[in-house]
Design a protein around this ligand. Structure first.
Ligand code: AMP
Length: 543
């Protein structure tokens, strides 16, 4: 067989030669921006020329601070295909984290959306590796009060280049891109993807038992392009030749999302559960439906049962996937197997699914490291290995994440059924230990979120003198039930759903669950501000 180097260049070739008429549509303030793949690839060539002219060499890191839009997509191709490394910056991070990440990656050039320029202001004078900042804007450049010095204009740079960049021959082991973990504990850590891992991950994502994206699809990723490769969707769509819809900075706005999906005939949507909680509310209230959508890919957090049921009722079929930045991110996908009985379908779809082709998985006791059986009962840390799983972090942080025999320790705790379905119980740091027994915060949250008056719930373990830790729930009532739901009501609702000793000691009502930079429940923030459990609380357990 030929010794063919796997690289992102192949995806670009397919977009140009096989799918040049397909469109990439980006939401704008007013209406949509449209570009064909053919035109986009020409601009990618120009962009590569501009990068070279700016002095970008193979292996140099090129950072992006951008929303989901066509210019960001151009960078997804131009940077790796010319041999440099695309580093997507998470625009929701605090300035200290951004500063740390840019310096840790030693980014050389930074591309920034006009609306995000203010995020760079606090970093002036603190990111010495950045030699050039390129501004991406549709209108007049930003006023020069940002203190960042001269910003180059993206469109002016492209205008000066030719449509025909001499793409270099790449080795598949070269770095293509990097992304930092979202840093819920300590500093974020950089994960570096190779051309080979991106290529194989893309092939894995396209599989019929995986995300099954095809040329006939129109895909709307509401997953940030700065987070975990946007779940690999940009390259998967390029490889398959699907039409792509990019919501730019309107990702949290259910109306914008539904309108775009409706007007552009989306067939596949993708996003974290929080996005769909908002979408369900909007669809119910507006009476709109999206009959052309056949799949709603959902991951990043477990899907609450109530959410999947509401989405089913609206004709939106969710496809549950699990993964993390370190797994590129696709690890497993929940498609019920052929022998699933109809009454077990929903349960199977609510699991984190089975490991995708290319990913090996096992569960191990967190303390002893001993491998555990797949009996649907024993639970331990998920460990994975495969060609798109990280073996370490940029600059060598946290070497203990790799076991001695080469498996990556995910920090997620799960059971695996004899059929291979993964059921995540918790993060190792979120699981609650009460009286020597484990309580899954995720299961409790899902049970609480099934209450008709509750919108969102997060459960944390709080120190307890007798039991070591006890669960405390933070619940957000639906707007119409604000002030009209009681702790007792919630606890009574849980009585026949979870073990008695799992019932939370307290249910505290809040307006919103704090979220991390990528939209997950931020239990660290809840823990930091949580008042201790009240003396004499836990009526639930004693009753
Ligand atoms: P990130 O690297 O920011 O994408 O976060 C990855 C983490 O999100 C995983 O380690 C899990 O803890 C969590 N996660 C991702 N997908 C799921 C899922 N389907 N169900 C439960 N947790 C998930």
């Amino acid at each position: 067989m030929q010794d063919y180097e796997l690289s992102v260049q192949h995806v670009l070739w397919r977009m140009e030669r096989l799918h040049s008429k397909k469109e990439v549509v980006t939401k704008r303030e007013q209406g949509f921006h449209r570009i064909t793949n053919g035109e986009l690839v020409r601009r990618v060539n120009r962009l590569a020329g501009a990068l070279k002219r700016l002095g970008v060499k193979p292996g140099d890191r090129v950072a992006t601070l951008a929303w989901n839009n066509y210019r960001h997509l151009e960078l997804y191709y131009a940077v790796p295909c010319m041999g440099a490394v695309l580093h997507t910056l998470n625009l929701r991070l605090f300035p200290q984290h951004l500063e740390f990440i840019i310096n840790d990656a030693e980014d050389k050039v930074l591309f920034v959306d006009q609306t995000l320029v203010p995020l760079l202001k606090p970093l002036v004078g603190k990111i010495p590796s950045i030699k050039t900042i390129v501004l991406m804007t549709d209108g007049a450049p930003a006023a020069a009060d940002h203190g960042l010095g001269e910003l180059l204009d993206y469109e002016t740079l492209l205008a000066a280049e030719s449509d025909d960049y001499p793409w270099p021959k790449l080795s598949e082991r070269m770095a293509a891109s990097m992304c930092y973990t979202s840093g819920t504990t300590g500093n974020p850590k950089g994960v570096v993807y190779s051309h080979r891992s991106q290529f194989l991950h893309t092939m894995g994502a396209l599989g019929a038992d995986s995300l099954a994206i095809t040329e006939k699809d129109t895909v709307l990723p509401i997953v940030a392009m700065f987070h975990a490769n946007s779940w690999g969707l940009p390259y998967a769509c390029g490889m398959a030749g699907s039409k792509v819809l990019l919501p730019d900075r309107f990702m949290g706005d259910a109306k914008s999302i539904v309108d775009m999906a409706e007007q552009e005939d989306a067939t596949i949507l993708a996003g974290v559960p929080t996005i769909w909680i908002g979408t369900v509310a909007y669809l119910k209230e507006s009476g709109k439906r999206l009959p052309k959508v056949h799949t709603v890919i959902c991951g990043g957090s477990a899907i609450p049962r109530a959410l999947m049921e509401s989405m089913d009722a609206l004709g939106l079929r969710m496809l549950h996937a699990w993964g993390m930045t370190e797994t590129s991110p696709l690890g497993s996908v929940a498609r019920p197997k052929a022998d699933t009985k109809p009454e077990d379908e929903l349960n199977a779809r609510l699991t984190q699914g089975v490991a995708g082709a290319g990913v090996e998985i096992r569960i191990c006791d967190s303390a002893t490291g001993v491998e555990l059986p797949w009996d649907g009962v024993a639970f331990g840390e998920i460990q994975v290995r495969g060609p798109w799983i990280a073996r370490g972090y940029h600059n060598g942080y946290d070497p203990g994440k790799l076991t001695e025999d080469g498996w990556f320790r995910t920090g997620d705790v799960a059971k695996i059924t004899p059929e291979g379905y993964i059921e995540i119980v918790d993060r190792t740091k979120d699981v609650i230990k009460s009286g020597g027994e484990w309580i899954s915060s995720v299961e409790l949250e899902n049970a609480i979120m099934a209450h008709p008056k509750i919108l969102e719930a997060a459960v944390i373990g709080m120190a307890h003198p007798k039991w070591d830790e006890r669960p405390v729930a933070y619940a957000v009532p639906k707007p119409e039930f604000k002030g009209k739901v009681t702790q007792e009501e919630v606890i009574d609702f849980l009585r026949d759903k979870v073990a008695k000793w799992w019932l939370p000691d307290e249910v505290r009502f809040i307006d919103e669950v704090p979220k991390t930079s990528v939209g997950k429940f931020d239990k660290k923030v809840l823990r930091a501000s949580a008042a201790p459990i009240k003396e004499g609380a836990a009526p639930a357990v004693r009753k």
